[in-house]
Ligand binder design. Structure first.
Ligand SMILES: N[C@@H](CCC(=O)N[C@@H](CS)C(=O)NCC(=O)O)C(=O)O
Length: 377
C-alpha cells in the first residue's frame, strides 16, 4: 500500500508542475547561472561520499592482522569426530579443520599456520565477534537470524545436513511419531533446540526436551538412558555414535529429518576482502573436485595440462590470486595441502570412516548433489 501511495504522490507532483508553456521553459532556463556552482559542489562532495561508502578502514583488516601474526585463528568444535577433533598430541583434524588449513595454505603458504580455538555451541559467535578468532569453521547452520543479527557473515555451505534423531536400537523406535511423549536430549545455543520444539508442536507429539549447555553433559545423559532419544544434525549424531557409544550398533539414527541444516564457516561482517578469500578458497576446493584436480595429481597437472580451465585454476594462464590479494599459487597450494572437497569429505566423514556418511546432498551438482562452485574465471 505504501508503494501504491508513493506512486500516486509522484503522479500528483508531475501533474501539478508540468512544463506547459514556452514561458515556463524560459523561467527554468533562467536558473542556468546556478548550474556551474552546482557542478562544483557535486565535484567536491561526490568523491567524499564514495570514500565513505567503500569504508577503507575496515576492508582487509582481517587479512592484515593474519599476515602480521603469520597465523589464522580458527574457531572449531570442542570435539566432534570427523569435523574437528584434537588427538593426544593436540593435532587437529576433520572437515571443518581442513577448511581452515586450505585457507592458511592459500593465504600464508602453509596449512599448519593455524591456531585452533575449541568453542562450544553457546560460545562460538561471541568468539568471532570479539576478534578472538578470524573464522568460525564449526558445524554452524546458516539462518536468517544469525545472518542479520550477529554482525557476522555467512560464507559458503561446506556441508548440507538436516536434524535427525538417534535412539537405542532395543527401544524398537522406527519412526518419529513413536517419539510421542518421550524425553529427547538436545544442546542449547543451537538450531536443534528450536527445531525440536517446533516439530513437537506441529505434530502434537508432546516431546519432553532435556536441554544441556555442554555436549559432554548431553552425551552422558543420553548414554545413561536419561533420554529416550538424542537429537542434533545427522552428521553430529553419526559422530557422537562413532565416538561415544560402547557399541555403535546399539543405536539407530532414524531416517526422517525435521529441518534443513546448511553449515559453513562464518566471519565478521564488514571485511569484504576476507569474505572473498574464504569464499573462493571453498569454491576452489569444490571446483577442483569437479575438474578432477586432486592432492596427488595437482603438481603433474600444473606441469602438463593443456586444459584451459585447469591451466587457469592452477595459475598457468591467468593470475586469479592477484584479484584476491594473494599470489598465483594460492589455489594449487590449497589443493595440495588438503585435497579437493571430495577428498576432504571422504577422508573425514565418508563411507570408509567411522561416521560412514554417504555424499548425498554433499555430492557435486552433476552427480545429484548440491555442491555447485561459482566458476573460477
Ligand atoms: N548446526 C547446529 C548445531 C551445531 C552444534 O553446536 N551441535 C552440537 C551437537 S552435535 C555441537 O557440536 N556441540 C559441541 C559443543 O558445543 O562443544 C547449529 O548451528 O546450531
Amino acid at each position: 500500500m505504501l508503494f501504491m501511495s508513493t506512486n500516486n504522490l509522484f503522479k500528483k507532483t508531475e501533474m501539478q508542475n508540468p512544463i506547459t508553456s514556452l514561458h515556463e521553459f524560459n523561467r527554468l532556463c533562467a536558473l542556468s547561472w546556478f548550474r556551474p556552482y552546482l557542478i562544483k559542489q557535486i565535484l567536491f562532495v561526490a568523491p567524499l561520499l564514495f570514500l565513505l561508502t567503500i569504508n577503507p578502514a575496515k576492508a582487509g583488516k582481517t587479512l592484515d592482522s593474519i599476515r602480521q601474526k603469520d597465523q589464522i585463528n580458527c574457531g572449531v568444535n570442542t570435539g566432534l569426530a570427523g569435523f574437528a577433533q584434537a588427538d593426544g598430541q593436540g593435532k587437529w583434524s576433520g572437515l571443518d579443520v581442513d577448511i581452515c588449513k586450505a585457507v592458511a595454505a592459500a593465504v600464508l603458504g602453509n596449512p599448519e599456520k593455524v591456531r585452533y580455538t575449541p568453542l562450544s555451541a553457546p560460545q562460538r559467535f561471541t568468539a568471532l565477534q570479539s576478534g578472538e578468532v578470524d573464522i568460525l569453521s564449526r558445524n554452524t547452520t546458516f539462518t536468517l537470524t544469525r545472518d542479520a543479527s550477529l554482525g557476522l557473515s555467512q560464507t559458503v555451505v561446506t556441508f548440507y545436513d538436516g536434524q535427525g534423531f538417534m535412539t537405542p536400537t532395543n527401544l524398537g523406535i522406527k519412526n518419529l511419531k513413536q517419539l510421542k511423549g518421550l524425553t529427547v536430549c538436545a544442546q542449547s545455543g543451537t538450531t536443534t533446540e528450536k527445531n525440536l520444539t517446533d516439530f513437537s508442536k506441529t505434530n502434537k507429539l508432546d516431546i519432553k526436551p532435556i536441554v544441556f549447555e555442554k555436549i559432554e553433559a548431553a552425551n552422558a545423559a543420553y548414554f545413561a538412558g536419561r533420554c529416550k532419544a538424542y537429537t542434533t544434525d545427522v552428521s553430529g549424531l553419526a559422530s557422537i555414535r562413532s565416538k561415544e557409544a560402547k557399541n555403535p550398533k546399539d543405536h539407530v539414527i532414524l531416517t526422517e529429518l525435521i529441518s534443513k541444516e546448511p553449515m559453513g564457516p562464518m566471519i565478521r561482517r564488514g571485511d569484504d576482502e576476507w569474505l572473498s578469500i574464504v569464499k573462493w578458497v571453498i569454491y576452489a576446493l569444490m571446483e577442483a573436485e569437479e575438474y578432477g584436480i586432486t592432492s596427488t595429481n595437482v603438481d603433474q597437472l600444473k606441469a602438463n595440462s593443456t586444459d584451459p580451465k585447469i591451466m587457469r585454476m592452477l595459475g598457468k594462464s591467468e593470475d586469479t590470486g592477484k584479484l584476491l590479494g594473494l599470489d598465483r599459487e594460492w589455489l594449487s597450494r590449497a589443493i595440495a595441502s588438503t585435497g579437493n572437497y571430495g577428498e576432504i569429505f571422504e577422508r573425514n566423514v565418508g563411507e570408509k570412516t567411522a561416521l560412514g556418511l554417504k555424499r548425498g546432498l554433499n555430492a557435486q551438482w552433476d552427480k545429484g548433489g548440491l555442491m555447485y562452485a561459482m566458476p573460477i574465471r
